[in-house]
Design a protein around this ligand. Structure first.
Ligand SMILES: CC(C)(COP(=O)(O)OP(=O)(O)OC[C@H]1O[C@@H](n2cnc3c(N)ncnc32)[C@H](O)[C@@H]1OP(=O)(O)O)[C@@H](O)C(=O)NCCC(=O)NCCS
Length: 255
């Protein structure tokens, strides 16, 4: 069997190194957020980068038991009292498009829009309008916009303001704001949601599009573990009864 390749972790009998840093030094002098950045990017973050990643993780951590990932984790915990890992994993399996994974599509949209603006010498606003027209003509929803509950997502402006203060906001934040304006003009006012905001900021932090879901997952695991613990410690097994209305064929005979 050929050696697996990695640039992330190495170890010998007495050491563990994360991207070259001794784990003992990281444990004593770096924090968890710095370590997440290091594992994904191969270098430690600057102060502003650390603050932004930290804020993204807090923003992703939980949105209450009704969020699809949290509800799925609780349902699994309600029916299987022998495996907390199954319940947390079940919650993770509910993350994707459109819940928690839309940052990927948003980052791809930003990358494509920025490239069009550069290659064709048009403004980000014009490139954003083109993306919105394209979504309309293909009857597609724009990733990172709209919310089932919030008319204004409270996490978005905090992330954007921090990105501006830390001088990290760039094409990502600008393009998502331009998309918001184009959507308002061509569809209806739709709020930027947390996935759109984290996609914009992760783009400006230099992360690849796949981070749009992976970083959300890192943050949401914190909430899922708490939701599962609460279900185990506070609630009875099988307490979740989903109201169902049968609308199929009435009882009938096989004879
Ligand atoms: C989050 C979401 C599922 C909410 O859906 P919803 O509750 O049906 O949204 P609303 O009732 O506010 O609006 C529905 C209408 O608004 C429009 N709309 C809503 N979100 C839209 C989007 N992202 N892009 C384009 N149009 C959108 C559509 O015209 C839709 O009409 P339709 O059902 O005929 O297609 C939806 O906005 C969406 O799919 N967003 C994209 C995915 C996303 O960003 N997910 C992350 C959520 S945190």
């Amino acid at each position: 069997m050929e050696n697996w390749r990695t640039k992330i972790v190495n170890s010998d009998e007495e050491h563990i190194w994360f991207c070259g840093y001794d784990i003992r030094s990281l444990m004593k002098t770096a924090g968890f957020v710095e370590t997440i950045f290091l594992l994904h990017r191969g270098r430690l973050p600057e102060m502003g980068e650390r603050k932004l990643l930290d804020a993204i993780l807090v923003a992703s951590a939980d949105h209450g038991p009704g969020a699809p990932s949290c509800a799925t984790a609780r349902l699994a915990a309600s029916g299987n009292r022998q495996s907390v890992s199954a319940a947390v994993a079940a919650g993770l399996l509910a993350i994707g498009d459109p819940h928690g994974g839309v940052g990927v599509g948003c980052m791809e949209l930003i990358a494509a829009g920025v490239q069009i603006a550069r290659n064709e010498n048009v403004s980000l606003g014009q490139a954003a309008m083109r993306a919105v027209e394209d979504a309309i003509s293909h009857a597609k929803r724009l990733p990172g916009f709209g919310h089932c509950k919030h008319t204004k997502d409270p996490r978005v402006e905090v992330l954007f303001k921090m990105a501006e203060e830390q001088k990290i906001a760039g094409d990502g934040v600008a393009f998502v704001r331009a998309l918001e304006a184009a959507i308002r003009e061509r569809i209806k006012p739709l709020p930027i949601n947390v996935d759109g905001a984290l996609g914009a900021v992760l783009y400006d932090l230099g992360f690849p599009p796949i981070a749009g879901i992976l970083i959300f997952i890192v943050g949401r695991v914190a909430g899922l573990t708490a939701e599962v613990a609460e279900e185990y410690l506070w609630e009875k097994p099988m307490r979740i009864r989903i109201p169902v209305q049968y609308q199929g064929t009435p009882p009938r005979s096989m004879e």
